[in-house]
Ligand binder design. Structure first.
Ligand code: PMP
Length: 304
């Protein structure tokens, strides 16, 4: 990790090395926390965080779904994000706020465990590897299924939920793929280990929603809005494996992965193994939006 010098921890700005917790903390044993993944980009003459308010809203919604009462206002966390970037003198970075149960009891019920919150910032390049945005990625349909939304709140970014994602992506990597796609309990497409999925057929975009046990991605929403602005129709529905295999184009969206073309699913090529034309157009528009060059969506940026 390309760590920064300072970190925001429970309202204080302290050296990165000093932001420690006890090994008997509740979070470590049970994954009892919620987090966010946000990006800050260099824009003309300054830097800006992409869709910060929506990410902070989702952090608080995730916390509410787990009954975690964050002991700070949304405004303090929002200011914490901008402040820690400024203090570290970073132009571009990934931002990771996390709220979690600390050290008190090891009963599964967290009872009086203190709630800690940290905001780490650090440099993070192309999440799916160098060249992934340009060349696209090869993915596999995982043998690990996505947990059902009736088992855990899939619309929350809960720390423990990511063990499911980790199993899928580790298995995919071991078998030589870049990423995994998880099916849901109904056998339909859910999402990637940390990405939502779109496919394009006859110039129309298709994606699924929370009924398919997905996290409602903020990049997903951005792409839906950008596509509509470009006069593409977007249909929300359950997605079947065959839909992806027969699609003209398929791509992932996510804060870390941005807009990444998918060129191969297991042994099947998508668009002859090349990133699709509409995918690349949407990717270009998304990059314009994050860099403050898409005036219609300039409200998505919070200047540092
Ligand atoms: N699904 C999962 C499981 C994720 O972890 C992420 C990354 N946060 C996404 C989808 C995409 O969400 P977003 O666009 O808000 O980053």
């Amino acid at each position: 990790m390309d760590k920064a010098k300072l970190i925001w921890f429970n309202g204080n700005i302290i050296p990165w090395e000093d932001a420690n917790i006890h090994v008997m903390s509740h979070i470590l044993h049970y994954g009892s926390g919620v987090f966010e993944g946000i990006r800050c980009y260099k824009i003309k003459n300054s830097s800006a965080i992409f869709r910060l308010d929506e990410h902070i809203d989702r952090l608080f919604n995730s916390a509410a779904l787990y009954g975690i009462k964050i002991p700070f206002s949304k405004k303090s966390i929002t200011n914490g994000c901008t402040n820690i970037i400024k203090k570290n003198n970073l132009e571009e970075c990934y931002i990771r706020p996390i709220a979690f149960y600390g050290y008190d009891t090891l009963g599964v019920n967290p009872k009086e465990c203190p709630i800690n919150i940290a905001i780490g910032v650090f440099h993070w390049g192309e999440y799916l590897g160098d060249g992934a945005l340009e060349k696209g990625v090869n993915v596999t349909i995982s043998k690990w299924k996505k947990f059902h939304y009736t088992s855990m709140p899939s619309t929350a970014k809960g720390c423990g939920q990511y063990v499911n994602s980790m199993l899928a992506v580790e298995d995919a990597k071991r078998r030589g793929f870049d990423e995994a796609i998880l099916l849901n309990q109904e056998g339909n497409i859910s999402e990637g280990s940390g990405q939502n999925i779109f496919y394009i057929s006859n110039n129309t975009l298709f994606t699924n929603d929370e009924k398919s046990s997905i996290l409602l991605g903020i990049t997903r929403d951005s792409i839906i809005q950008i596509s509509k602005d470009l006069n593409y129709e977007v249909i929300i529905k359950n997605i079947k494996q065959e839909d992806l295999l027969n699609a003209d184009e398929v791509f992932f969206t996510g804060t870390a992965s941005e807009v990444t073309p998918i060129c191969k699913i297991d042994q099947e090529l998508i668009n002859y193994g090349k990133p699709g034309e509409i995918t690349l157009k949407l990717q270009k528009k998304y990059f314009e939006a994050i860099h403050g060059k898409y005036s219609k969506f300039s409200a998505w940026l919070t200047s540092i």
